[in-house]
Design a protein around this ligand. Structure first.
Ligand code: ARG
Length: 399
């Protein structure tokens, strides 16, 4: 009997070649195509999988789960890897792996295969998640072990086996898209000195093409979750798409960074994530209004670790779940409306309000109605400064 394997299949060259490669090694291939909002034509992808030699194809409709249970959790955390990357690719891999494990169980498959390289993060994310969910499944990563080490040898192999090869821009750059954003790497971008060519961008306009007038939007949050724009309610998927569109039109959400991969190398990455950029700014602004300062400080530290857990593919792990409990507790008060100005690549918060606001005008004002008792400050400062009194007296001070 043939060995059954569930293969993460995109319809691209690598995973198509993998179908043939596995078939030659006597595997029965079940292709798993994950829909995380990358906008592929899945009927076409399905047909291609079967034509190339897959026995069966599953399409995992993960869009809703991805936005609601994954992206919005990252938003509540304000998760940005190395201060910049909204994790659009990183967040998809755990739920893709979960979908594959489910199909493997349903089909009685003992193997899971993917087309990730041995130099990237995605292999780690897929495999660690599969291990977390079922450590008995064996993993096959052909790209890490096969003889097709150059693009040319892969194309030759594809041609020999009747796999159609398209040479498009997608092939010059490695592009990965999800509902949360786009990741672009490779080609000229591998030189960190080189400015990204305009034509790599797919969701965002360059600044010289954006409107010369700012646009204002009001985003309503309910317990940390964005629910409406300009008073109109949107489903999570529609809300994210809408912000991609408006933000992209203003050139918002382009990110150019050098990033540290889990496997130890630095890489040049370009991202487009208009919705994530706007939402995280707006969400943070509402937290500044509604959370006390100790919670804000602690939560900002949690955000760094939370982003790293996502980046490292540790979504289905105990610490991640424990941090979710903390984050959800903080979000109970994060309800309100944030006004954001979109203009020339920037999303700037210009107003915020909340029924849970901790801002007290009678304490902050410099005008009529001030209730702050300034006489208390004298004693407060005495005690606050007490531990440091004279502590620098005999130090030589630099001018
Ligand atoms: N460096 C990013 C990450 O690790 C993007 C990876 C892009 N993946 C890809 N298959 N093109 O999350």
């Amino acid at each position: 009997m043939k060995k059954k394997v569930v293969l993460a299949y995109s319809g691209g060259l690598d995973t198509s070649v993998i179908i043939k490669w596995l078939a030659q090694r006597d595997y029965e291939i079940i292709a798993y195509c994950a829909d995380v909002g990358q906008g592929d034509d899945f009927d076409l992808v399905k047909k291609k999988a079967i034509k190339t030699g897959a026995k069966k194809v599953y399409v995992g409709n993960l869009q809703k789960e991805f936005v609601e249970d994954v992206c919005f959790k990252a938003l509540k955390a304000n998760a940005l890897y190395e201060d910049k990357y909204p994790l659009a690719t990183a967040m998809t891999r755990p739920i893709i792996a979960k979908g594959m494990v489910e199909v493997a169980h349903k089909e009685g498959a003992k193997y899971i295969a993917h087309g990730c390289t041995g130099k990237g993060n995605d292999q780690v994310r897929l495999e660690v998640t599969a291990r977390c969910l079922d450590s008995k499944l064996d993993i096959i990563a052909p790209v890490r072990e096969w003889e097709l080490t150059t693009r040319e040898s892969e194309i030759d192999y594809a041609k020999k086996h009747g796999i159609p090869v398209e040479v498009t821009k997608k092939k010059i750059y490695s592009i990965d898209r999800s509902l949360w954003g786009i990741s672009i790497e490779g080609g000229k971008l591998e030189d960190p000195q080189v400015e990204p060519p305009q034509d790599i961008y797919q969701m965002t306009k360059s600044i010289d093409k954006t409107p010369n007038k700012p646009e204002y939007i009001e985003i309503a949050f309910d317990k940390g979750i964005p629910v409406a724009i300009g008073g109109k309610k949107y489903s999570p998927i529609e809300l994210v798409k809408k912000l991609h569109k408006i933000g992209g039109d203003h050139g918002i959400g382009r990110i150019d960074m050098i990033e540290d991969r889990l496997v130890g190398i630095k890489s040049r990455e370009i991202y487009e994530a208009p919705a994530a950029t706007i939402l995280i700014e707006a969400h943070k602004a509402l937290e500044y209004l509604t959370l006390d300062r100790a919670s804000l400080k602690f939560k900002a530290q949690v955000a760094i670790d939370y982003a790293r857990l996502i980046y490292d593919g540790l979504w289905y792990t105990p610490l991640k779940h424990a941090l979710d409990a903390f984050i959800d507790k903080t979000q109970e008060k994060v309800t309100g409306i944030v006004r954001v100005k979109l203009y020339k690549g920037h999303a700037t918060v210009v107003g915020r309000k909340s029924e849970n606001s901790l801002y007290k005008e009678e304490l902050a004002t410099y005008s009529e109605g001030d209730k702050f008792d300034q006489s208390l400050s004298k004693g407060f400062i005495e005690l606050f400064g007490l531990p440091y009194r004279d502590s620098m007296k005999n130090e030589k001070r630099k001018k």
